[in-house]
Ligand binder design. Structure first.
Ligand code: BDR
Ligand code: CA
Length: 329
């Protein structure tokens, strides 16, 4: 099989971890490395969490690179209130003894690897590492084959301000630089924003189903999501938790999961609308599109892909997914 080469740029992070699990369980992908940025967790903690997930997936061969420790301009504000004191739902798993972060800084790895061409990036955190790459080597950035980013929102309300999604809110200057550079380079970011990710809710019933089929995987997911589920109950009155990041990986694997439209998009960097994605869906500015903005999601298709991959089961064997989703509707 001709596997797609990808780099996962992330801030693990509970849902980042689920996204990494999905990527590693997908034979179509060759994960060349994981680059970590400060986001949900401080960068060193996030890198250690990547090591824990790789260990669980028996893929400690994949190199982890530490990237930006803080946003380009703004003060760093973590999201440990959402992801727990250890960034992994207060599972307090040990960092594997043999785990080590690569000496090479993430931005160097990105420049070298992307500069060769034919490599895609799935970005699951603030876009600081990619912004650093633009500053270091904008040509290497321009060679990214496909850039899929979990971030932003179109019609949906924000999740950390009325108008902004966390990843772009955390480092709006980085997000703006990425969108503006794509505009100059005639490139395009695939924006997997809250309009679609809010529909992906891991419920206790779905988790129970996962555990029935694979107690080890179910147990791991239960450990890392309990805190997140409690958070969603407290703040959103939701039973379950929104798992944003795996949807970006799923869309990379199966472009039929999401649909949307192309539009010129920019990101607000300051003030009350910090981090807001301004999507010119009506073409006021008459500027070429630099983003594909996803607005519709085939929720069933996502769950079939996600579960069949992380449980290594043929899709046909997952007969309860549809009835679980039906009951939850
Ligand atoms: C994004 O922010 C983080 O909390 C999640 O990991 C996801 O990448 C959702 O807004
Ligand atoms: Ca994330």
């Amino acid at each position: 099989m001709n596997r797609k080469k990808v780099i996962i740029d992330c801030d693990p992070g509970i849902d980042d971890s689920l996204a990494i699990m999905l990527a590693l369980a997908s034979p179509e992908l060759e994960v060349l490395g994981i680059t970590v940025t400060a986001g949900n967790a401080p960068v060193d903690m996030g890198a250690g969490n990547a090591g824990k997930v790789l260990d669980f997936c028996h893929r400690s061969d994949i190199p982890v690179y530490a990237g930006a420790g803080q946003p380009l301009v703004k003060e760093y504000i973590n999201a440990l209130d959402t992801h727990g004191a250890d960034g992994l739902g207060e599972s307090f798993l040990d960092v594997p003894k043999d785990f080590h972060v690569q000496e090479k800084p993430a931005v160097e790895f990105l420049a070298e690897t992307l500069g060769k061409g034919g490599v895609s990036v799935i970005a699951l955190g603030p876009l600081t590492n990619l912004a650093e790459l633009i500053k270091k080597d904008s040509q290497a950035f321009g060679k990214i084959e496909r850039l899929v980013s979990m971030g932003g929102n179109f019609r949906s309300h924000g999740n950390c301000s009325p108008v902004a999604e966390y990843n772009y809110w955390e480092d709006p200057d980085a997000a703006a630089l990425v969108f503006r550079t794509l505009s100059e380079q005639n490139g395009r970011i695939e924006m997997v924003g809250l309009d679609v990710t809010r529909k992906i809710v891991l419920t206790p019933t779905m988790l129970a189903y996962i555990s029935r089929l694979n107690p080890e995987t179910g147990g791991f997911i239960r450990k890392i999501t309990k805190f997140y589920m409690d958070f969603h109950w407290e703040w959103e009155h939701l039973i379950g938790c929104v798992i944003n990041d795996p949807l970006a990986v799923a869309q990379f694997l199966d472009p039929e999961i999401l649909s949307g439209f192309d539009a010129y998009t920019d990101v607000q960097t300051d003030g009350i609308a910090r981090g807001e994605t301004v999507v010119d869906s009506m073409r006021f500015y008459r500027r070429p599109a630099n983003a594909r903005v996803y607005t519709q999601v085939d929720v069933r298709r996502f769950w079939h892909l996600f579960l069949s991959r992380i449980l290594s089961r043929p899709d046909g064997a997952l007969d309860l997914i549809d009835s679980i989703l039906c009951e939850e509707e």
